[in-house]
Design a protein. Sequence first.
Length: 88
Amino acid sequence: MAMGKIKDCNEVVSKLYEFLDGELTEERKLVIREHLDECSPCLEAFEFETELRAMVSSKSREICPEGLKNKIAKLINSDGREVQIPSE
Ligand SMILES: [Zn+2]
């Protein structure tokens, strides 16, 4: 069984966020990649985090839906005033 430079899986998992945030040096990334190659539980955790992040970021891009616009429109209407966007 090959031993990577990182023996402690907790160390790898604790670095996953920094890895995904791109806050690690190339050298550190390589060490973690080497560990992931040899350690499937860490690889699974890594892939899970990667997918989770992709999901969260794609959702947050759609976070300004029609419903929110309607809510804002209702707030304006309940005030009884029309909001006019001044034209130049
Ligand atoms: Zn591991």
